[in-house]
Design a protein around this ligand. Structure first.
Ligand code: NAD
Length: 416
């Protein structure tokens, strides 16, 4: 039978496994398996040629027992409601494992942003916000960037919200530019949080990181910062990186400044000077100490997991590994840093951004980094200890920590 790659079915299967180990009350389990609320809408956008194109948009508030829903907005041609549901579920577990007082949500628009002009993109972003303005806010639901959305898109959305609300409320959205109330250190935060978890994993495995080899799939916000920080902070030798068009390889290591300059000029990694080409499939299966999937879901599957040679798989992307691949990697003794732990640095600094917006008092980058490191180290240790204590793999351990915290909030509220 072929593998079920529906991301929401995968998220539910992961929860089911944790629920059975936790002996979670069946009524609680049934409640946590489904999103609490979801919104489906259309966004008519006047295109530059005068036509009106209708886009499909979603916002899912998966669970807000621990605080307002929190999660990014993805613009992607393959976006589906089930992807948004899965990402919203993972946000719920992520805010819980990072122990920030927020719930989980996610949004998306089915569109190909590369085919939109800047004006069309702005009208789409504002149209999206007009649809959700009534259901977001600092006490309800706080969006942020995700794949193909960025600080400029957050700025348009913030402005549209404030026009409708007729007051300033910078905390309604995070990942903003500094000039509109963004936090120092937000752009590298997801990658930086991941570096903390890799450092901690290497420590418990007794693996020296200086000079250890690394491959990174995806070269957007998360992957490009992961490259820079893996080299500068951990001393890793990053030998391969890729984007959706393919990858580049250099056995002696890729210089992040050269690769970033190349991608800024050419829009893709192809033909970066001093490198050989490789495919995404080659990259995932390379003999490296640390493999960092930082692109999209379902990259390590039952089809290729037995050929993965990494010692540590640090999941900066959401949902890169399927349950079948999980089984195979666990049998091979690969140490997985599960997605909603590994990439929790982004939401952690988004939470810091909300705190700074509320106080109208801003921290410098060193303080943000220090607090991020503390939060990520604590989260890693909680998951690692749980894995040891219950003798389960790290993904299940992360679920045990997170589900227990969310279930406690649900119980205290008397919902179940
Ligand atoms: P992005 O849009 O900035 O970059 C995505 C990168 O992945 C691009 O380089 C793109 O070319 C590449 N890519 C897309 N499809 C690919 C494919 N099939 N094969 C190989 N590469 C492919 O997005 P991002 O913000 O860097 O997010 C990357 C991942 O990290 C996503 O899974 C996202 O949900 C997750 N994440 C992001 C944040 C954040 O703060 N941005 C936080 C937590 C998790």
């Amino acid at each position: 039978m072929s593998e079920n790659l529906n991301p929401f079915a995968i998220a539910q299967a992961q929860l089911d496994k944790a629920a059975s180990i936790l002996q979670l009350d069946p009524d609680m389990h049934a409640f946590l398996r489904e999103p609490m609320r979801e919104f489906h809408f259309t966004i008519p956008v006047r295109m530059d040629d005068g036509r009106v194109q209708t886009f499909k948009g979603f916002r899912v508030q998966y669970n807000d027992a621990r605080g307002p829903a929190k999660g990014g907005i993805r613009f992607h041609p393959d976006e589906t409601i089930d992807t948004v549901r899965a990402l919203a579920a993972w946000m719920t577990w992520k805010t819980a494992v990072a122990d920030v007082p927020l719930g989980g949500g996610k949004g998306g628009v089915v569109c190909d942003p590369r085919k939109l002009s800047t004006g069309e993109l702005e009208r789409l972003a504002r149209g999206y916000m007009r649809n959700i303005a009534g259901i977001v806010g600092i006490t309800q639901d706080v969006p942020a960037p995700d794949v193909n959305t960025n600080p400029q898109i957050m700025s348009w959305m913030l402005d549209e919200y404030e026009v409708i609300a007729r007051h300033r409320e910078p905390g309604v959205i995070t990942g903003k530019p500094l000039a509109l109330g963004g936090s120092a250190g937000r752009s590298p935060a997801t990658a930086m949080g991941g570096m903390v978890t890799i450092r901690e994993a290497a420590r418990v495995l007794g693996l020296p990181l200086a000079g250890a080899t690394c491959a990174i799939q995806g070269y957007g916000n998360v992957g490009s910062f992961a490259h820079k920080l893996a080299v500068e902070v951990l001393g890793l030798n990053v030998i391969a990186v890729s984007d959706e068009y393919g990858g580049v390889y250099a056995g002696n290591g890729l210089d992040p400044d050269i690769v970033s300059t190349h991608i800024r000029r050419h829009g893709k990694l192809n033909e970066c000077v001093g490198t050989d080409p490789c495919t995404n499939a080659d990259l995932l299966e390379m003999k490296v100490d640390v493999l960092i999937p930082a692109a999209i879901e379902n990259q390590v599957t039952g089809q290729n997991a037995d050929r993965i040679q990494a010692r540590i798989v640090a999941e900066l992307a959401n949902g890169p590994t399927t349950p079948e691949a999980d089984k195979i990697l666990t049998e091979k003794g690969v140490y997985i840093i599960p997605d909603f732990l590994c990439n929790a640095g982004g939401v952690t600094v988004s939470y810091f951004e909300m705190v700074q917006n509320a106080y109208q008092f801003y921290w410098d980058e060193a303080l943000v980094q220090q607090r991020l490191d503390q939060k990520m180290t604590t989260a890693f240790q909680a998951v690692h200890e749980m894995a040891k204590q219950k003798k389960v793999e790290t993904r299940v351990a992360a679920y045990l920590v997170a589900v227990d915290r969310v279930a406690e909030a649900v119980r205290l509220r008397g919902w179940v």
